[in-house]
Design a protein around this ligand. Structure first.
Ligand code: HSE
Length: 307
């Protein structure tokens, strides 16, 4: 195989109670990429459409992730990468993760699968390091594995794929302001109280158990963030109103998607997810803030080849 075209999904990281460890892959929004094997060594980003991003491989998250992979694989040739950005950078739905994971997944296909998905996560994390200063894996893991993922440990990297109930849907609203992950990490407190820790890991365990047992009530009760949301939500216009309206519309839970400004909600069934989207639109319409809204099932497979 000499070239491949792929879809690499957007993702929701943290999922309220799992800062830096939980994530889920979306199905209805993501980047498209074409990767071509060429005789000239190295990595070249030949074209980016949809967003203005650096073409220089060392300054581009896809380029950096691809170079990290090639550093561990003896290969005489190189790769050209074209990216159709559909995910806005700084939106909080894993824009950098989609490009970084997509690049390494595609190259691994073209090389005949020398690396495991876990190894691809490690390469893609180098893209996250470039984008945010922190090599977090909670967006790249769901992009590569699909479904929900739990980063049980960073050192050594240990990722658990968690199945999602089929009837679970995500609604994501992106108020069109940009919040850089690096900036929204800087404002976080570096220590937490034991009391908050107890509440948070109770919810994290509850959410994972709820996903496995398809217990929607337990999923809803567990979608609470005692640690990060109180600090970060002040950066997001209309956050409290959107959350209240989403819960009133029947969503199981609602919180900040990744580092924001996107807000996600999870619902049982597409109908409630769409009703949640409608109330989210109403709030931002009233506040005269431009927005994008996505309703999506949980993407079970992650990145895929497009024919
Ligand atoms: N866990 C990361 C953060 C995700 O919240 O900073 C960034 O998308």
């Amino acid at each position: 195989m000499e070239s491949i075209r792929i879809f690499s999904p957007a993702s929701v990281a943290n999922i309220s109670c799992g800062f830096d460890v939980l994530g889920l892959a979306l199905e209805t929004i993501g980047d498209f990429m074409t990767v071509i094997k060429v005789p000239e060594p190295g990595v070249r980003i030949t074209r980016i459409t949809g967003q203005k991003l650096p073409l220089e491989a060392k300054k581009n998250v896809a380029g950096v992730a691809a170079l990290a992979l090639l550093d561990k694989f003896e290969f005489e040739g190189g790769f050209e990468i074209e990216i159709e950005k559909r995910i806005k950078p700084g939106s909080g739905i894993g824009s950098s993760a989609a490009s970084a994971s997509g690049a390494v997944w595609a190259i691994n296909e073209l090389l005949g699968h020398p690396f495991s998905k876990l190894e691809l996560v490690e390469f893609a994390m180098e893209g996250e390091r470039l984008a945010s200063g922190a090599a977090h894996a909670d967006n790249v893991a769901p992009a590569l594995f699909g479904g929900f993922t739990l980063v049980r440990s960073y050192e050594p990297l240990d990722i658990i794929r968690i199945p999602a109930p089929e009837d679970l849907f995500a609604t994501v609203v992106h108020p069109l302001i940009e919040i850089k992950t690096a900036d929204s990490r800087k404002i976080l407190k570096t220590s937490i109280t034991l009391a908050d820790g107890i509440k948070q890991w109770g919810n994290l365990g509850g959410l994972v158990a709820g996903l496995y047992t398809k217990d929607y009530g337990l999923i809803g009760r567990s979608l609470v963030d005692h640690i990060i949301e109180p600090t970060r939500s002040i950066l997001i216009p209309g956050f409290d109103e959107v959350k209240r309206a989403a819960l009133n519309a029947g969503a199981l839970g609602c919180g900040i998607s990744g580092s924001g400004p996107s807000i996600f909600a999870l619902s049982k069934g597409e109908t409630i997810a769409k009703q949640t989207a409608a109330v989210m639109k109403e709030i931002y319409g009233g506040l005269e803030i431009d927005y994008d809204v996505h309703v999506s099932n949980i993407n079970p497979y992650g990145i895929k080849e497009i024919y």
